[in-house]
Structures are given as structure tokens and as C-alpha cells.
Design a protein around this ligand. Structure first.
Ligand SMILES: [Zn+2]
Length: 350
């Protein structure tokens, strides 16, 4: 079988290579890889900003946004050949911390977790892969073309779960959502907001066009810009910040309505400084009972929530999020950003 591999810690080593077919171990599924989503993390891995190979190896298979079809399943498992599945990315640390012990490895306390395609375990970027049945999620067969969006949607589903858990500390009927950044995470966050009946606004630097069409197709309002100034009066109840842009992160903290929740999903490199009036932020957060929190990764529960959210969404809209499909034979093209990319997917069957 062919697989997309790289050397963690070395720049520009991505290559499609021939590898022996994987052998499923006890309790594992053997899966035909259908598609692999590519995100910023994969580009960072290729840039050697990140990534750890499996112990004793130099190269590893990349890929954490999976989609496949079960070829073989262990007797007595909940899976059957032909099932459409996605694999969970993270595994708990070998001597699990309290959170990992409770299945909440997305909240790992000691950082010794491992991750498919990122940290010490081969990823899902191969024509066949194995996965423990306990870390696989079965999808609605109707998601065959878009199920590769489950992993990014799982990150968003976790964000929403956390928002709702935070909200439940007091009376909570949020009305308005603002999402900053109309990439895959932002657009999926907007989708899940609409599924909760919220009035949805999405802010992105891009002028009106493809992204505004996607937001409006959801019934949301698109704002082309890079500042939260226009939200200073009609303040949203919830902000999901997906850009990591310093000024937006700072401004989001003072732009919510009372008891506002700011969910930070974006990441930015360090090294840029911003002048802030700490007193203004402090007063705003305290006097409004605001909560600002960060979120990353997802556990099995969030993958299931994401699969359910996508199954309930408009299939055509989800298909439009996948703006480019690249065959495995020219997989490196998926790592070159192109104009109007939202989600780029590698077709593992081609
Ligand atoms: Zn842990």
C-alpha cells in the first residue's frame, strides 16, 4: 500500500512511499483509507515545527483527519466490514493522569498523551490503516463524501460542549454568536451555532465571495473585516475566536454581552506584542461575569457528537467546505495553500 510519510523534526521530507499492509492487532479494525483532511497542524509538521516519530523510527505516516471503510473487524465488535469510520486522534498517556483515566484525554494534565500522525503513532494517511475499535466512530453512510470533516468538527463539538457546561452555571439562553475566522473550524462552529438556533455572525478578512456565500447559506451574517469595532454596541453572547490574531483575541474579551463566553480555538505564533489596558479587560470580565477559555483536541464523546452534527447538516453545504481534492499520487500539492481553500482533502484511493 501507499502512504504519505515524513520525518518529524526535518523540513520538507513528505513523500508518498510503499509500505507493507498493516496487520490488525487484537481488538483492532483493518480499514481502507478513503480520504485524509489536511490542516495547519500538518503544514507545521512538514515545516518541522512540531512532531515526534514512533519510538525507534525516523519516518512516520502523517494524517489525523481520517475517513475510511472497515475491511475487517474483530468478532463481537460493534463494527462490520463496509462501515464508514473515523479514528480518534489522541490516546491517553501510558500511565494515565486523572483526566486520561476518565476518558478525557483531550484534557490530559501531564502532556504524555500520544497522537495519530502527530506524536509517536503513525497517522491515517495510508491506503490501509488499523485502529482500536474503542477509538473508532461509525458514521452515517450518507457521510461518505464529507466524513473527513468529522475530526475538525470534533474540535468544534468539544468547544460547544464546554460553552454549554460553562453556561449552565447560571440561567443560560444565549441568542447571538460571533465567530472570528471563516476557515473550516470557524465555519463548522457557525454550523453548530445555527443547529442550536442562534443568530450567527462570522467575521473574516476575506472580501465577500465564497466564504460569505457559505455563511449566508447557513442563514448567518458575514462581516468582511479584521476588527470587532462593529460589535461594540450589539454585543454577542458567545464569541468563538478561531484566528489566534492577537488584537481579535484581546478585543473578544471586552466585546461580549454580560455573562459572555469567549471560546479561544485559534493559535498564533508568539513574538508580537500588543498594548492593552489591563484594567479595562479586568473590569469588563469581572463586572459581566464573563468567562474566557481555551480549547484543543477532542475525546471519543466529541467525535460522536461531531458525527451526529454532520449527519444532521445539509450535505451540499458540507461538500462545499471541501474546496480541493488531491489524489494521493500528488499529495504534496495539498500542502501548498491555494486561493479560496477552505478544506483540502487527499483522496487516498487515487
Ligand atoms: Zn493524561
Amino acid at each position: 500500500m501507499r502512504a504519505l510519510t515524513f520525518v518529524p523534526g526535518e523540513k520538507g521530507t513528505l513523500d508518498v512511499e510503499e509500505l507493507p499492509d498493516p496487520e490488525p492487532q487484537r481488538g483492532e479494525l483493518l480499514v481502507e483509507g478513503l480520504a485524509l483532511g489536511i490542516c495547519g497542524t500538518d503544514r507545521e509538521l512538514d515545516e518541522a515545527e512540531y512532531g515526534w516519530p514512533p519510538p525507534g523510527k525516523d519516518r512516520m505516516v502523517i494524517g489525523h483527519e481520517s475517513l475510511g471503510r472497515v475491511l475487517e473487524s474483530p468478532d463481537g465488535s460493534a463494527f462490520s466490514p463496509g462501515d464508514l469510520v473515523v479514528g480518534v486522534v489522541r490516546r491517553p498517556d501510558p500511565e494515565p493522569c486523572g483526566a486520561c483515566k476518565h476518558g478525557e484525554f483531550d484534557m490530559c494534565r501531564n502532556g504524555r498523551y500520544t497522537e495519530r500522525g502527530i506524536k509517536e503513532i503513525d497517522g491515517y494517511g495510508s491506503q490501509k490503516w488499523t485502529v482500536e475499535a474503542a477509538y473508532a466512530v461509525r458514521l452515517d453512510p450518507a457521510l461518505a463524501d464529507v466524513g473527513v470533516l468529522v475530526e475538525p468538527a470534533s474540535v468544534v463539538a468539544k468547544g460547544w460542549e464546554q460553552i454549554e457546561r460553562i453556561g449552565s452555571r447560571a440561567w443560560f439562553e444565549p441568542h447571538t454568536l460571533l465567530v472570528t475566522g471563516a476557515g473550516p473550524i470557524g465555519l463548522l462552529a457557525a454550523l453548530l451555532g445555527r443547529q442550536r438556533g442562534m443568530e450567527v455572525h462570522v467575521l473574516d478578512r476575506a472580501p465577500r465571495g465564497f466564504k460569505s456565500d457559505l455563511v449566508e447559506a447557513l442563514g448567518g451574517t458575514y462581516h468582511s473585516g479584521s476588527s470587532l469595532e462593529s460589535f461594540a454596541d450589539a454585543k454577542p453572547d458567545i464569541i468563538i475566536e478561531c484566528t489566534g490574531a492577537g488584537q481579535l483575541v484581546i478585543d473578544s474579551m471586552i466585546t461580549t454581552a454580560a455573562t459572555g463566553i469567549v471560546c479561544l480555538c485559534g493559535l498564533a505564533p508568539g513574538g508580537r506584542t500588543h498594548r492593552v489596558d489591563a484594567g479595562v479587560i479586568n473590569r469588563d470580565v469581572v463586572l459581566e461575569n464573563d468567562v474566557i477559555f481555551g480549547t484543543v483536541n477532542a475525546n471519543l464523546r466529541h467525535f460522536r457528537d461531531a458525527a451526529a452534527a454532520l449527519a444532521a447538516a445539509d450535505r451540499g453545504w458540507l461538500e462545499r467546505l471541501i474546496t480541493r481534492r488531491v489524489p494521493l499520487s500528488s499529495a504534496l500539492e495539498a500542502f501548498q495553500p491555494a486561493e479560496n481553500d477552505v478544506k483540502v482533502v487527499i483522496d487516498l484511493t487515487a
